[in-house]
Design a protein around this ligand. Structure first.
Ligand SMILES: Nc1ncnc2c1ncn2[C@@H]1O[C@H](COP(=O)(O)OP(=O)(O)OP(=O)(O)O)[C@@H](O)[C@H]1O
Ligand SMILES: [Mg+2]
Length: 455
């Protein structure tokens, strides 16, 4: 981060210096919420969570050299005491990012594919200049400012993932680090329960294009009508990506190889180039096009974009990891998370990858879908039932909702039972898809099946 004297931190956050804090002591970062990650010069942010209170770990952070604690009450040592730590963190991040001399902020949102797209785009922008991007899905009101605070004078690009858990959430994140480019991938059915409808989800995602200045660029998916319609909610210039002929940045002549990896010609206003993705699934094309469109806007030549996209491996775990066991069983581990849209994408990828092979799937009931849960889970069952599987194993709670759409599916109360059910059935050459919501932790099934082969 940009070094800041404690006095300045207090000024930005309207905080009070306590515990004999020296206003001239310099915070150099990293700004951390985990006391174990504190280093000399760190600012330790004491968050009071449901299970633990960060204030209890202040002494540990200070012992590791933290310059001070950002806290809501005095601690045993130098602190900046504020009324609301999370709000103070946001103000600090905002002040730092608006002072960065040469950083461009790019925000990515959508129902599925934010992390994958952010990872791709960060790889592309790194070709142009120093890039800061969050690890994994650090995309909420705490992870977002912490990521922003990693930037320093040299940072050229901040590639940020913005998640919408509720209306107003993206607007809040966009205010912390105002993006000049905003990418919207898709409007799906993730968190349907919280929002109560696809239109409400679209309204929330639309806060990103809305937050852009007129000098900015909204990068919108022309293939998703609810996203394309966001052109009416921004004063920024619109750049469309997609598969349709009228998209500014598009994929033509798209094919999937026998590993479910896409090849296509990337067409941009600056020319075209061939791409061969190492990522699995046709949905990766959507993410690649979104990243390509933003990178094109930032001035990266199309040849470099195509080259980097073709080199990219999954950076964040458990998203379409395809591994062959020694006995020839192929495991598709897409257990990071699931919603109805990404379920469809995963089954489509398996279909491409497993032509003429015996197919199995392990799934778990989707969560956060509110009243629509039974219907949408039955839809997942229906999808699986139509996928030509040898067997479908449904793990854990509310399995009956999926089985309602897939009579004959096997119910496994827990991961161990699921593994046992599969192990008895698998033969060399088979393909297993593993996909469920984060809470179901189905990566344990993949780990058990892969044993020493797990990546
Ligand atoms: N464009 C897409 N359309 C549909 N599914 C996708 C797309 N991109 C990725 N997925 C699938 O969605 C799941 C989550 O991917 P990813 O982590 O990139 O999304 P995310 O939007 O960051 O999710 P989260 O909201 O949990 O942070 C993975 O299973 C992945 O295979
Ligand atoms: Mg994510």
């Amino acid at each position: 981060m940009i070094p800041l004297p404690l006095g300045r931190v207090a000024e930005i956050t309207s905080g009070a210096l306590t515990g004999q804090a020296d206003p001239g002591a310099v915070v150099r970062g990293p700004v951390v919420i985990d006391s174990r990650a504190a280093e000399p010069g760190s600012l330790f942010v004491a968050i009071r969570g449901e299970r633990a209170d960060g204030h209890d770990f202040a002494a540990q952070a200070l012992a590791s050299g933290a310059a001070a604690v950002l806290a809501s009450r005095p601690v045993d040592g130098p602190a900046v005491v504020v009324g609301d730590v999370v709000a103070a963190l946001a103000r600090l991040a905002h002040a730092v990012v608006t002072d960065l001399p040469k950083a461009t902020v790019v925000g990515v949102t959508g129902s599925a594919g934010k992390t994958s797209t952010k990872d791709l785009l960060a790889r592309l922008t790194a070709r142009i200049g120093p890039t800061v991007a969050p690890v994994g899905s650090y995309n909420n009101e705490i992870g977002h400012p912490l990521t922003v605070l990693k930037a320093d004078e040299d940072t050229r690009f901040l590639v940020l993932e913005l998640s919408a858990r509720n209306a107003g959430h993206i607007a809040y994140l966009a205010e912390i680090a105002p993006p000049s480019i905003g990418v919207v991938l898709n409007v799906g059915t993730a968190h349907l329960g919280v929002f109560g409808g696809k239109e409400a989800i679209a309204a929330a995602k639309g806060e990103l294009p809305e937050a852009l200045p007129s000098s900015g660029v909204a990068v919108l998916n022309l293939d998703d009508p609810l996203v394309a319609a966001m052109s009416g909610r921004t004063s920024a210039r619109v750049l469309y990506f997609g598969r349709s002929a009228s998209a500014h940045v598009r994929a033509v002549e798209e094919t999937l190889d026998d590993r479910g990896r896409a090849r296509f010609t990337l067409v941009t206003p600056a020319g075209e180039a061939d791409v061969a993705l190492r990522l699995h699934g046709a949905h990766a094309v959507e993410n690649a096009l979104a990243a390509a469109a933003a990178a094109h806007e930032l001035g990266l030549p199309v040849a470099a974009i195509a080259e980097e996209l073709s080199l990219a491996e999954p950076r964040s775990r458990w998203r379409m990891e395809v591994t062959d066991r020694a006995d020839g069983v192929t495991v598709i581990n897409d257990s990071y998370n699931a919603n109805p849209d990404s379920m469809r994408a995963a089954f489509a990828a398996m279909h491409a990858l497993a032509a003429h092979r015996r197919k199995f799937a392990v799934v778990a009931a989707l969560r956060e879908l509110g009243d629509d849960a039974p219907e949408l889970n039955a839809g997942v069952g229906h999808l699986a039932a139509g996928a030509g599987l040898e067997a479908l194993v449904v793990v854990g709670e509310n399995a009956d909702q999926i089985i309602a759409g897939a009579p004959g599916a096997i119910h496994a109360p827990d991961v161990d039972t699921a593994v046992a059910e599969l192990t008895g059935r698998l033969a060399p050459g088979d393909v297993v898809l593993i996909k469920g919501p984060r809470a179901a932790a189905l990566e344990k099934v993949a780990e058990a099946l892969l044993g020493g082969d797990a990546r």
